[in-house]
Design a protein around this ligand. Structure first.
Ligand code: BGC
Length: 898
């Protein structure tokens, strides 16, 4: 067994963390089956050399008898600001044999105390809201670079910034920092600038735009530690950095920048060498008319927080698939994919030539771009050439959601190389892969991944293109699970839960959007993602930090809802099962709204109030808060009783109106009595059939519809709904050219609510993983330490294989099945230190026939019983249409034959 992939605070070798007691995790690798960890030891030292000698001067956990390998809290000597530590771990395997020590990993703390910040916030004396500002300061390094042990810049710029040293951008991050409520928190980045320093004169520079803030401001502080033990801090106090030149500020080529509207760049105003000390500083760019002394400006009220999530980056580039000329000198590029980011323009033109780029998801009939659905967002970038040969440019402080780019004023006929699509979003790791024999489902899956990742910009947004881009909580209640199957959102969602918490008021009420910019406070109770997301972080990543940190906030929200409830019923609702097909909509002022006419808001609100109370009780139990666990469990039972009283229709034998949403929601949440369940399920099936196997649900209940049908034995019907290509369906979107999932079931370019890239509607992706491939979380587990693999099969003629993988904190889970004639093969990978319940499907035609199952060539199951013991498999049972084995770690290849 080996200990690998060490993480601290859920990141590899993080720089600038905030936790004084960081959490450690690792993975185990072992080729033997059925392996577990029985003990571990962690060493933390101030120097890797000490670790090599086995001296852990910060913490030696000693041998701890435990199977835990995720979220283990540091419990050593007190750590201080900027402290850098090295650590390693070892484990003991199932037989009690120790592994070798892991490789050494590191972590470094950021500026933990407000007093660590000696730099002021600086701005332009004239404010300049709207233009990009350029900041720079000289600082002197009076020792050779070789004697620099460590050099860090701690930087925050509002709204958005780029940081430079000696003319070089110091990171590959874009759109930094992630958006927060600046009155609560401002995120700063810790940057290793060691490689950019030179002896003598250096220049620190920053370009700062408006982002979500307003007039640009900057706070930057540089710390350099030398190998001789001395150190120097260059703090911006506007008397200069360490006695050198003051921070100066000036305007430049970014003459306009706005998140929604776009950026205008006049290359004629560039100041080449603006932060390059090699360029003669006194003449040219140091001239008075360019630079003024930056002035201290009001600090944002929020505290400085070390950026706790992955940065945004350009993660992929796309070349246009075609460029057409729908009108003279108007060229429209088709990127072939609805993407989020911007384009890098390549152009050669006379000085002053102006190229305008308009971004859109739709085209007009004449082939020009249709920006109607962007509402007030201009989504237009402008570049003015300086006339210096081939010029290349991309904006810095805006982003767009688009498939088409209209170029106006481009000199001559642009070739495909005139534009390069830069896909930019939070650079989170891919977590899952899903693929199957059905091309439509594969295309839906690809669209779901584009939709989810295109809406990760330091927070999960509802859409990336129009004048919105908000962290809507109602959407997340269903979006989260699919999102976590596809992407590692442990840190990004952890940050966003803090955004919600920042928006929570003294009554306990949370806002509809976080950071709070739109909607109401109190939020619609369907925003139960405030509790569900932390619960998923716990189940999926073993993340205990978010639950521990925000428990009081969760409790305050549930308690607030109690004050708004009457006899267990929560009557208020704004959105409910939002955006169902238009025929289901409530009509107001003569027109349809996105509110469902047939799914009562109070039913949804009360159901989520129940769900939230149950989650809170489970979290309380994890935190050892027994009284709360009991009290909220009891509250949940009372709400369930009230729901049954209020919404059960004893004549129709359904809940609410008995439409698909009411039935699926009630069953998914476990709100029907056992005796009512069959009736509710029958009503659900009847309603689906009455709609010709199409859905009638909105953003929330579409998820529950598929899951409930599959879980209750009508997987075939779920599959029918999922693979429809006629309205309303996901296939209808794809049949109409979608490459990302739409906000509405209707195909419209309407101006109000027709985003073409809206992750609330791509919840089917979780159903792919959970039912088609069968990878499911089990109750009372953490970080997938015990899970199920239970593939659900549909008719042979429709699907012959499906496979999925999921990178968990314990390692990769795999499930892949393939049907060939009368034979079914199932490959499963179970990570070390986990166990799985693996259900091998019996094809329906043979459900009752005696099935025999071989594993890696050996007969395992025959005539309803284990044929011979096989390493790794500890139990087996026949379970309806499946034979279920309990298995320890390892790779398994099952084959059923008849
Ligand atoms: C957002 C949706 C959200 C809705 C709630 C819309 O503007 O785009 O994602 O569900 O508002 O009102």
């Amino acid at each position: 067994m080996n200990v690998i992939d060490l993480r601290c605070e859920y990141a590899r070798n993080p720089l600038g963390i905030e936790a004084r007691a960081p959490r450690f995790s690792w993975m185990l690798e072992d080729n033997r089956r059925g392996q577990t960890q029985t003990a571990y030891q962690i060493l933390v030292a101030s120097d890797p050399a000490k670790l090599a000698e086995g001296r852990a001067d910060k913490w030696d956990s000693g041998k701890v008898l435990s199977t835990e390998q995720v979220s283990i809290l540091y419990n050593g000597a007190t750590l201080v600001s900027r402290e850098r530590c090295y650590w390693q771990a070892r484990a003991w395997d199932g037989e009690g044999a120790p592994t070798g020590w892991s490789e050494v990993a590191s972590f470094e703390l950021g500026l933990l105390d407000p007093s660590d910040w000696q730099s002021l916030w600086l701005g332009h004396p004239a404010g300049f809201n709207g233009q990009g500002l350029y900041f720079r300061a000289f600082f002197n390094l009076d020792k050779p670079v070789a004697r620099v042990a460590r050099a860090r810049a701690y930087v925050a710029g509002l709204g958005l910034y780029e940081f430079y040293v000696n003319g070089v951008k110091a990171t590959d991050h874009v759109l930094e920092p992630a958006q927060t409520d600046y009155a609560s928190r401002v995120l700063y980045t810790t940057i290793d600038i060691g490689a950019l320093l030179r002896e003598g004169r250096n220049i620190a520079g920053a370009i700062v735009g408006n982002g979500w803030h307003g007039a640009p401001k900057l706070r930057a502080q540089i710390h350099i530690d030398f190998t001789d033990g001395t150190s120097v801090v260059y703090a911006a106090q506007n008397t200069g950095m360490g006695g050198g030149t003051s921070w100066m500020v000036g305007t430049g080529p970014i003459v306009a920048n706005a998140i929604y509207d776009g950026e205008t760049y006049d290359a004629r105003l560039e100041r080449a060498g603006w932060c390059d000390p090699a360029v003669e500083p006194i003449s040219g760019y140091n001239r008075k008319e360019f630079w003024v002394v930056a002035v201290p400006v009001d600090a944002p009220a929020g505290r400085m927080q070390a950026q706790p999530l992955e940065p945004m980056r350009v993660v992929q580039t796309l070349t246009p698939v075609a460029i057409r000329e729908p009108a003279p000198h108007v060229h429209v590029a088709d990127m072939g994919q609805n993407m989020v980011g911007w384009v890098r323009l390549r152009v050669q033109g006379a000085r002053g030539t102006t190229v305008t780029l308009r971004f859109a998801e739709n085209l007009n009939d004449d082939g020009t771009v249709d920006q109607g659905n962007l509402r007030s967002a201009a989504c237009t970038d402008v570049y003015i050439c300086k006339g210096a040969g081939v010029e290349e440019w991309a904006p810095r402080f805006t982003y767009h959601g688009f498939r088409y780019v209209q170029m106006e004023g481009y000199p001559g006929a642009p070739g495909l190389e005139a534009l390069l699509g830069c896909v930019a979003h939070s650079d989170v790791a891919t977590r899952g892969q899903f693929e199957c024999s059905d091309d439509l489902l594969n295309r839906m899956q690809r669209a779901a991944v584009w939709t989810e990742t295109g809406n990760l910009h330091g927070l999960p947004t509802d859409c990336p293109q129009r004048d919105e881009r908000m962290g809507w909580l109602n959407d997340m209640t269903v979006r989260a699970e699919a999102a976590h199957y596809n992407c590692d959102l442990n840190r990004l969602h952890g940050k966003w839960i803090a955004d919600i918490h920042d928006g929570q008021d003294a009554r306990g009420a949370i806002p509809d959007t976080a950071p709070y910019r739109m909607g109401s406070r109190p939020a619609d109770p369907v925003t139960m993602c405030y509790l569900l997301v932390p619960w998923l972080l716990y189940q999926h990543y073993g993340n205990t930090a978010v639950i521990a940190e925000h428990y009081e906030g969760f409790k305050a929200w549930v308690d607030y809802l109690t004050t708004r409830s009457s006899d267990g019923i929560l009557p208020f609702s704004y959105y409910g099962d939002w955006s169902p097909p238009i025929a289901e909509a409530t009509v107001r002022d003569g027109g349809p709204t996105p509110i469902s006419a047939h799914t009562p808001g109070a039913l949804m609100s009360t159901g989520y109030y129940y769900f939230g109370s149950k989650l809170l009780s489970q979290m309380a139990a994890i935190l050892g808060k027994r009284d709360d666990a009991f009290a909220y469990g009891a509250l949940a039972s009372r709400i369930r009783g009230a729901y049954q009283q209020a919404f059960w229709d004893d004549v129709k034998r359904v809940y609410g109106s008995g439409n698909q949403a009411c039935c699926a929601f009630t069953l998914y949440m476990g709100l029907a009595t056992e005796e009512q369940q069959a009736a509710v399920f029958d009503a659900l099936v009847r309603d689906v059939e009455a709609h010709d196997d199409h859905l009638t649900t909105g953003n929330l209940c579409s998820k529950y519809l598929l899951e409930v049908l599959s879980a209750h034995g009508r997987h075939d019907l779920a599959y029918r709904i999922a693979t429809q290509t006629t309205y309303p369906s996901w296939g209808f979107m794809l049949a109409n050219g979608a490459t990302t999932i739409w906000e509405r079931w209707e195909n419209s370019k309407d101006t109000s609510m027709h985003s073409k890239n809206h992750p609330m509607m791509s919840t089917f992706s979780a159903w792919f993983y959970r039912y088609l491939a069968g990878i499911q979380v089990m109750p009372n587990t953490i970080g997938f330490n015990h899970f199920a693999v239970k593939p659900h099969l549909v008719d042979m003629s429709e699907m012959t294989h499906a496979s999925a993988s999921l990178e968990t904190v314990h390692g990769r889970i795999e499930s892949a099945w393939q049907r060939d004639g009368d034979e079914l093969r199932l490959h499963v990978r179970v990570p070390v230190n986990t166990t799985a319940r693996i259900s091998v499907p019996k094809p329906s035609t043979h459900a009752d026939a005696g099935v025999s199952i071989r594993e890696s060539g050996q007969l395992l199951w025959d005539k309803g019983a284990i044929a011979a013991p096989i390493t790794g498999i500890t139990a087996a049972e026949e379970d309806g249409a499946w034979v279920t084995f309990t298995a320890g770690s390892g790779e398994y290849d099952f084959v059923t034959t008849y």
